[in-house]
Design a protein around this ligand. Structure first.
Ligand code: FMN
Length: 201
């Protein structure tokens, strides 16, 4: 499949068939993620695939409980319901791919405050991880799968890092739910080119 087609066919998949994804395909998706550009070619990412149904359910339970603790107990029951839904859509996915990153190391760390450089360069590690995740989403389409990028579950980042054995200096950055789509695409409206493009002269 050419890149344009993959880009145009991609949409966030939140319902999956129960068929598993072969391990070789999961590894191929991660291999392609690892080809993404990264700041100073640091390739700061590590990928943790969870395919065990019980483990996925246990992770979802951690997120359910944390969303309740953070939102429902603050008297925000309606917000909690929506957040809980979108934070746990991976429950029915055959694969959840967690993406961790090493901290950003700048060439100028010795001469300027690290946090200032990170802020100034608009968090290059996060940008790098984003590029890797997009490779996964587009490759999923190419390989006949569907995926959804997940940041809602990070409400329970510390608890998830513990459950997944992600240890410092690695930090859990995001996750992707993967599987064979179940149901019709729900294509979201996108802004027109004129709304997002400006030629600076
Ligand atoms: C950084 C990021 C985080 C996201 N987190 C979630 C999430 O936690 N749960 C979810 O259901 N969708 C999540 N999404 C998917 C977006 O909701 C989705 O991309 C958006 O609504 C546009 O729809 P489309 O992907 O079908 O074009 C996330 C997307 C991005 C880029």
């Amino acid at each position: 499949m050419d890149v344009k087609t993959a880009i145009e066919k991609r949409y966030s998949v939140r319902k999956f068939k129960s068929e598993p994804i072969p391990l070789e395909d999961i590894k191929e998706l991660v291999r392609r993620a690892g080809l993404a550009p990264s700041v100073n070619n640091s390739q700061p990412w590590r990928f943790f695939a969870v395919t065990n149904r019980d483990k996925i359910a246990a992770i979802a339970q951690i997120v359910h409980e944390k969303v309740h603790a953070v939102f429902a107990e603050a008297g925000k029951a309606n917000v909690a319901k929506t957040v809980e839904h979108f934070s746990t859509i991976f429950e029915n996915a055959p694969v959840v791919l967690f993406v961790a990153s090493e901290p950003y190391k700048a060439i100028a760390d010795d001469v300027m405050d690290h946090d200032r450089i990170d802020e100034m360069r608009r968090h290059p590690n996060i940008q790098s991880v984003g590029a890797a995740v997009e490779n996964i989403l587009l490759s999923a389409v190419d390989m006949g799968y569907g995926a959804c990028w997940l940041s809602g579950l990070l409400v329970a980042r510390a608890e998830l890092e513990e459950a997944l054995g992600i240890q410092s200096p690695l930090e859990l950055m995001t996750a992707v739910a993967l599987g064979i789509p179940d149901g019709e695409p729900r294509k979201r409206e996108k802004k027109s080119l004129s709304e997002i493009f400006e030629l600076v002269e």
